[in-house]
Design a protein around this ligand. Structure first.
Ligand code: CA
Length: 296
């Protein structure tokens, strides 16, 4: 202490350039460990789940995209938004989907193997009035990107960027593992790990996984973060443009995850990294979404 006082007194009486440099160096040496500590706190907080995680969501630690881009930690829905959840939104806001406004939506006919616009197809009747009704615990479909965005805003969330979705899908996996459930096989311990197309697309489906169309969310288990349906069941909207230079009504948004219509020999959409895309007003019988939320 006496030495420090002596230094300060000496400094106050002698403002030489050399003393100034010496004091600056001392200050730098003092502040550097503090800055390093604070920085490491940020990184640590970005890797550990906060005490409160929103209901129905999981914490995704910060990480790197496949392209090496830093991605901040965020929360993501455990499952795609269900028909029942979307119905709550409609009841609360009197929202009318784009498929309902247009009067039709895109439906795939598994008998003929063709797509067509079917009148009356919407999120409650994904295949039209004559097809099976949407089930409350299945992922909602026949929602456009614009519809999904409206739901997310109402829920205090947003749609994920594709790189965020893939970060969550790849959590805890080694590079060689190609599916979100881990490994390189879609049957493990004798059970299917996802709802996709067995047989030969587009007209022959053996339905070995038990579902010709959508399945209840979570039916095929969860990944290491506790997320279900990160491969198969329904494609999921993201905020990423297919072509960043085309962002008008002709532009398309990237979808991820694959669907019950994905034959691994054809599109293999449920393999991590594979994508599809549609314009923002398009509604289809095999496309849904899930939401994300920032930590703060
Ligand atoms: Ca299936």
């Amino acid at each position: 202490m006496q030495a420090t006082l002596s230094f300060v007194c000496e400094f106050l009486t002698d403002h030489s350039e050399q003393k100034m440099k010496f004091l600056s160096l001392r200050l730098l040496l003092l502040l550097f460990p503090i800055a390093t500590f604070l920085s490491s706190c940020d990184r640590r907080d970005n890797k550990q789940a906060p005490e409160v995680v929103p209901e129905g969501m999981v914490f995704v630690p910060a990480g790197e995209s496949e392209e090496g881009e830093e991605i901040d930690a965020f929360f993501i829905d455990k499952t795609p938004v269900t028909v029942a959840e979307f119905q709550k939104f409609v009841e609360a806001t009197k929202f009318v989907t784009q498929a309902e406004r247009f009067g039709d939506a895109g439906v795939f006919d598994v008998k003929t193997g063709t797509w067509s616009l079917v009148k009356g197809a919407n999120y409650l009747h994904p295949f039209g009035p004559d097809g099976p009704d949407a089930q409350p615990d299945h992922p909602v479909t026949q929602v456009s990107w614009n519809d999904a965005t409206s739901y997310a805003e109402w829920a205090g969330k947003r749609l994920p960027d594709a790189k965020e979705w893939f970060l969550a899908a790849r959590y805890g996996l080694e590079a060689k593992e190609i599916y979100s459930w881990g490994g390189e096989n879609w049957i493990q311990d004798g059970e299917y790990k996802a709802n996709f197309w067995q047989g030969s697309f587009p007209t022959y489906n053996t339905v070995e996984d038990g579902f010709l169309y959508t399945s209840p969310v979570g039916k095929f288990g969860v990944n290491k973060l506790g997320m279900a349906d990160m491969g198969g069941n329904v494609w999921q909207w993201t905020t990423k443009w297919k072509d960043a230079s085309v962002t008008d009504e002709t532009g398309e948004k990237i979808q991820v995850g694959g669907s019950y219509l994905c034959d691994p020999a054809v599109c293999h959409g449920f393999k991590i990294g594979n994508t599809a895309s549609s314009t923002t007003e398009t509604s289809l019988c095999h496309v849904g979404f899930r939401c994300v939320k920032a930590l703060n």
